[in-house]
Design a protein around this ligand. Structure first.
Ligand code: ADP
Ligand code: MG
Length: 442
């Protein structure tokens, strides 16, 4: 999809740029990502990127706007920035391959930029992190990443560590703050604080995860303040994560709050439906399980606020799949995950919610959607609503039928099958269902 857009963009540029400039500077860029707000292009190297930024980016941006009808931001990265391999430049631009060199110790090798799925919820944080890798110690120092549990803070910190830590001359320290506290406490007790301080101040990249645990620990905060100032003074990069922004961390010294927010504070938000679907598909593929579309929808619409829980659910499915060899049906997913499908009941999807969303979508009154009318403009929405009750809630057919003015289970089954067949054949049906699922789950 983005390759076609890129090809059209190159053609369009011929109207405004010299053909040699296009072939020398623009054509070698590889489109990595396109969504409705931005286009990420990979330049062959830093010099190339710089020249494109200086001379051509405005023209490319205008052309992208003309082509798509909306403002599109253009981000240029190099392979180095995002930690991917470019050993075979002749190859067509496929999914970026990951570097094979070993990650620095104590980092989880699967936490890289290559495995991080980007969506609206984390795009700003992702770009700040990749710009730290492009120019450590410059634009975002410190980079302070906030976000709730399981939203990717550790993943992002370690991705920075993996990319920068393997560069010659770099000394990367990744440490969760509770471990930092243990080390410093022990050093105080053993009177070896000088040694500990030297260790941390000799890093060129210091990543401290979950810094909010320093709350109320005055002596540790004091020591960390010195370490921070020394590294920052030398222009070395510091990256911190926390479950909340610096000024909301209780009992954190004011001077630390102000240091922590002196660079960039970026937030990881809970993923939207589309991002959850992408994450589920990517992880299922990594685990080697084939998930039917309905099972993906079921998982994505039920687990909303914690990516770690999505992984937990998939691991459970994968284990069952390996042991039983049974195909993964939505019913099976539902059974396996009965106790972990809800992220909180207040916003749980219900049959009622599906019905009202479908009625709104088609501009129908509820009475018409649920009533006895047989005209095409109510029958199809009604069947779609029943279909969604089945795929999103896995409700028994008898319950679904009953919720539609006391219809029987055979009607619900028939509706489900009709829509399922249409969905397979008709992309408009797929898109409409996806739109409704998005609204129901938002
Ligand atoms: P946090 O540190 O914020 O609690 P983690 O970084 O430990 O969260 O993320 C929880 C799990 O979810 C990890 O296994 C991580 O790889 C995965 N994860 C989080 N965000 C993403 C993402 N955008 N793409 C892919 N996996 C993700
Ligand atoms: Mg974490």
């Amino acid at each position: 999809m983005h390759l076609a857009f890129w090809r059209d963009l190159l053609l369009l540029l011929e109207g405004s740029l010299d053909i040699h400039a296009i072939s020398l500077w623009v054509e070698p860029l590889v489109p990595l990502l396109l969504d409705d707000e931005m286009l990420v292009l990979q330049a062959p190297n830093g010099v190339h990127r710089h020249i494109v930024e200086e001379r051509y980016i405005g023209t490319v941006q205008r052309a992208a706007r003309a082509l798509s009808g909306r403002a599109i931001r253009i981000d240029l990265v190099t392979a180095e920035d995002i930690g991917i391999d470019v050993t075979d430049p002749g190859e067509s631009p496929g999914p970026p391959r990951r570097r094979s060199r070993p990650a620095p110790p104590s980092l989880n090798p699967s936490y890289t930029f290559g495995t991080f799925i980007i969506g609206r919820c984390n795009r700003t944080a992702f770009h700040a992190a990749s710009s730290v890798v492009a120019q450590p110690g410059k634009k975002h120092n410190p980079l302070f990443v906030t976000g709730g549990v399981g939203l990717g803070k550790t993943h992002l910190l370690q991705a920075i560590g993996a990319s920068l830590g393997s560069r010659p001359g770099s000394r990367c320290i990744y440490i969760p703050s509770d471990q930092l506290m243990d080390e410093l406490m022990e050093a105080f007790q053993n009177r070896t604080i000088g040694v500990a301080r030297r260790k941390f101040t000799s890093a060129t990249l210091l990543l401290v995860d979950d810094i909010h645990f320093l709350s109320g620990k005055n002596q540790i905060q004091e020591e960390f303040f010195h370490v921070f100032n020394i590294l920052h003074g030398k222009g070395y990069q510091i990256v911190l994560s926390s479950d909340r922004p610096p000024k909301e961390i209780p009992r954190l010294q004011r001077r630390l709050v102000s240091r922590f927010q002196s660079g960039s504070v970026v937030e990881l938000k809970p993923p939207g439906l589309n991002t959850r679907v992408s994450i589920i598909k990517a992880k299922a593929e990594q685990l080697g399980i084939e998930l039917p579309h309905e099972a993906v929808t079921l998982l994505a619409s039920r687990i909303r606020t914690n990516i770690r829980r999505i992984e937990g659910a998939l691991n459970r499915i994968a284990a069952f799949y390996r042991l039983s060899g049974r195909a993964v049906s939505p019913r099976l997913v539902h059974e396996l995950l009965r106790d972990r499908l809800f992220d909180g009941d207040d916003d749980a999807v219900t049959i009622r919610r599906i019905q009202t969303t479908v009625a709104d979508h088609f501009g129908l009154k509820m009475a018409a959607l649920l009533g006895q009318g047989r005209k095409g403009d109510v029958v199809l929405p009604r069947q779609m609503a029943m279909y969604l009750c089945r795929t999103m809630l896995n409700s028994p057919y008898a319950d679904i039928g009953a919720a539609f003015s006391g219809r029987d289970h055979a009607t619900a089954i028939y509706s489900f099958r009709t829509i399922e067949q249409l969905r397979r054949r008709n992309s408009e049906m797929r898109e409409t269902l996806d739109e409704i699922v998005t609204v129901v789950s938002s």
